[in-house]
Design a protein around this ligand. Structure first.
Ligand code: C2E
Ligand code: CA
Ligand code: CA
Length: 547
């Protein structure tokens, strides 16, 4: 059950990762797009500010040059009338006048306050003919500019350009609310500044700044905006992307559940149903005494008998049953059925042993002891007839507890066999630590016993060790007659394998045991007959001799 939830959680996690990855990618792409777009728009804003400033300067200079050419170069009443006319005609020009070399106003039309105020930098003989200065008067963040044109006599014609020429800030609404735009002249003279955003002191990477310079005049426009404002454009798209990814995630989860959960749960339901229906049944494989050719007992091997009659081997379901814990109930069931099926046979043959396979999980809990107790207490099979097998193939997690459980089973009279000896890493250490009674030599070593000297040596040393520790030995997977001869030579007397019989259902096993017994009795009868005949012959010889 818990394994299923782990599987489910894994599916959900994978689906989320699959769906979130594109979401991250989409976010990055959208952010980059938003920043690129904002920069482009800010460049356009800067360029349009520069263009307007250039136009204002150029057309004012043209106007002043024309006055110079037309010899309108003084503060005379006549000239002032012309100035006046031009101011009225030109919306861009607020005032026209004359300034001296020091930059002081000599006259200005219309005649506003403060003639004599310094409005231009002092004249420099090596400077350009055009001068630009700034007045304090401003409108919407723009100051009035003063454009001058040098005359021959150290005086200058000047015109005041209305601030509104420049105080026009284009650009998209989403940037206009957050940006700061500036236009600076020459050595840092501020002409126009709008917007409160200040990128100074903000984290690096959180502000976008664009600078555009004029090619005609020393003008630089700077536009700064926070990245967050740029991202406003893609906010809606991000919501859409997130929603789409959430949809995809749900779809993936659904597919994942459909793919993994459903068959998994079907398989699990099917398995649980098979357990309820008693489809797991014990088969019995005889264990033979190869000296006397009589039956020593059997090993119980589980089979799944499907309703359609197909018999499934444990290799196909045992790992699954062990992983999800079904094995505990299945083992209990197998023991109960076996105790019923062969109880009478064992009751009548108290020397016969019955082997039950346990797995590593059985040695993590004393419950197996209680199970064996309660099942065989009521059976004709005594505890002394029971052998439990524990495989060396898979390590035992808690050796100390396993040792205690084994000792308690032994105290009941149950014997413990180490299965598949020679295949695991446990080896000799297991034998000694666990205190087992019997070792079962794996088929692998028996297979090559007649041909391969090495494996004969291994079996040899196993036999020696078993003898030294007072343990019994069973050879597994015997298929050929020569193997039996070799085993007898090596001192092994118990064997199991297809040579004698494959695992079989209870009725066949009972019939098999009767046949073996009949054969044994027949052998005994023949032997007794032969002995009697021998005896009669000997007596006859003795009589003859006596006669
Ligand atoms: P195992 O305990 O080593 O059982 C011996 C396996 O070798 C059995 O396979 C048996 O049918 C097979 N075998 C016996 N003689 C020969 C032979 O001469 N030649 C060949 N090629 N094979 C032979 P099976 O019945 O398929 O069982 C496989 C494994 O499944 C068992 O190996 C055992 O580890 C496990 N198993 C079977 N029943 C149970 C059970 O009730 N509980 C647990 N925990 N494991 C079981
Ligand atoms: Ca076994
Ligand atoms: Ca085995």
């Amino acid at each position: 059950m818990s394994l299923r939830y782990i599987g489910f959680a894994k599916t959900v996690l994978i689906a989320l990762v699959l769906a979130m990855t594109p979401l991250f990618a989409i976010n990055i792409i959208l952010n980059q797009y938003a920043e690129r777009r904002a920069v482009t728009e800010m460049e356009a804003m800067g360029q349009s500010t520069i263009r307007r400033a250039e136009e204002a300067i150029s057309s004012t200079v043209t106007l002043l040059q024309r006055l110079d050419r037309d010899e309108v170069q003084t503060c005379s009443a006549e000239d002032r009338v012309i100035f006046e006319k031009l101011v009225v005609e030109n919306g861009m020009i607020d005032a026209i006048g004359l300034a001296d070399a020091a930059g002081r106003r000599m006259c200005v039309v219309p005649d506003r306050e403060l003639a004599g105020q310094t409005i231009l930098p002092p004249l420099r003989s090596d400077g350009p003919l055009v001068g630009i200065g700034m007045l304090d008067r401003n409108y919407l963040g723009a100051r009035a500019a003063v454009i001058s044109w040098d005359l021959k006599d150290q005086t200058r014609l000047f015109a005041e350009v209305t601030p509104s020429v420049i105080a026009l800030d284009p650009g998209p609404e989403y940037l206009r609310s957050y940006r700061r735009s500036e236009l600076r002249l020459g050595n840092n003279l501020l002409w126009y500044s709008v917007g409160g955003y200040n990128s100074e002191g903000s984290e690096p990477g959180t502000a976008l700044t664009v600078q555009v310079s004029s090619e005609l005049y020393p003008l630089v426009a700077t536009v700064t905006a926070p990245v967050s404002a740029a991202l406003i454009v893609v906010q809606d798209l991000k919501v859409v992307a997130a929603a789409a990814c959430a949809g995809v995630a749900i779809l993936f989860v659904a597919i994942g559940i459909w793919l993994s959960w459903r068959p998994e749960s079907e398989a699990s339901d099917e398995f649980a149903a098979a357990i309820r229906n008693g489809e797991f049944v014990p088969y019995y494989q005889p264990v033979m005494d190869i000296e006397s050719q009589r039956l020593r007992g059997c090993e119980v091997l589980m089979r799944w008998r499907r309703p359609n009659g197909v018999i499934v081997s444990p290799g196909q379901f045992m790992a699954y049953a062990e992983n999800n814990g079904h094995i505990f109930g299945m083992t209990r069931h197998i023991m109960r059925v076996a105790s019923e099926e062969v109880g009478d046979l064992y009751g009548d043959n108290p020397d016969m042993k019955i082997s039950i396979n346990l797995f590593a999980g059985h040695f993590l809990d004393r419950e197996v002891i209680a199970d064996i107790r309660s099942i065989f207490e009521k059976s004709r099979i005594s505890f002394q007839q029971i052998v439990v097998e524990v495989t060396e193939r898979h390590p035992l997690q808690d050796m100390e507890l396993a040792r205690k459980i084994i000792a308690e089973l032994q105290a009941l009279g149950v014997r413990v066999a180490l299965d598949d000896v020679g295949t695991g890493h446990g080896g000799m250490a297991y034998l000694q630590k666990l205190g087992v009674d019997i070792i079962k030599i794996d088929k692998m070593f028996i297979d090559s016993i007649s041909s391969d000297d090495n494996s004969t040596t291994i079996v040899d040393s196993m036999v020696e060790l078993a003898d030294n520790l007072g343990m019994g030995i069973i050879a597994e997977g015997v298929e050929q007659e020569e193997q039996i001869e070799r085993l007898l030579e090596l001192g092994v007397t118990a064997a199991q394998g297809y040579y004698f019989a494959a695992p079989m259902p209870a009725d066949e096993f009972i019939a098999f045991s009767e046949r073996i017994e009949d054969e044994a009795r027949e052998r005994e009868r023949l032997a007794a007959e032969a002995a009697a005949a021998e005896k009669a012959a000997a007596e006859a010889r003795a009589d003859d001799e006596a006669a």
